[in-house]
Design a binder for this molecule. Sequence first.
Ligand code: MF3
Ligand code: CO
Ligand code: CO
Length: 289
Amino acid sequence: MIQKKNRNTWSIIPGQELTAMDKEILYWQNRGKKVPTRDLIKTPEQIEGIRQAGAINTAVLDAVAAAIRPGMSTQEIDDICMAVCKEKNATPACLNYEGFPKSVCVSINECVCHGIPKPTQFLEEGDIVNVDFTTIYNGYYADASRMFIIGGKTTPEKEQLVRVAKECLEIGMEAAKPYCFVGDIGNAIQKHAHKYNYGVVKDLCGHGVGIKFHEEPEIAHYGKKGSGMLLVPGMTFTIEPMINMGTWRVFVDADDPYGWEVITEDEMPSAQWEHTLLMTDHGVEVLTY
Ligand code: MF3
Ligand code: CO
Ligand code: CO
């Protein structure tokens, strides 16, 4: 089957005068830039729904933050997420998503992302761990992840990696101005990571989010300024840079029977932070604080 391609042309509402947003989008479209389709601009009701999903997602990650400790199994983290979700009448988006068997991703050290919780896997002092959770509430999605340093202390090298990965997310958020391009975000992130000789993962990206788990556009964490889709107010998307201490190259772990767990090629550590963001007239608003 030939796949459907979205032409990414901005549709005008017939009989209505062009808004300032229409004009701005058409300006860039006429210069050959990729622009969003109208369905990517969320309505106020949709934004409110995504905001509520975001608040629950934050409560889930806060509950994990309060409980995470050395000796805990990664399955226990899954249990905590499930319990908070249940209490709030929400659902974990990861559970059974394309065969993913658990409700949260827990990725330790050289595991870049999509780590599967297991009753036999225990957190050790000095591990750096990413916990990535996505909430569905009333049909709306919010997606965020944080790093945890188990026992509160690790090597200076891993501490720096965790800090710089967080700075990469923050720098990406600052670069995300209304009517900027996706490539402006990736370019800013890549520049910061490269100051430390860190690798920026290319195989996995941020994404539109809100009505579905993964929507357009893809948000690469590297690239050229001015490339990729135009970002306009009302769009909701994630930024989630995966920053490696060594090479940017990653593989799916052949030992994972589910084919999900991603590890660094050189088995050096990796760190990631993620937020769901709303583009506004001034910049991005974080919906997962
Ligand atoms: N939460 C991840 C993201 O940031 C996606 C995880 S998909 C799963 O996009 F199936 F592994 F859970
Ligand atoms: Co996520
Ligand atoms: Co995401």
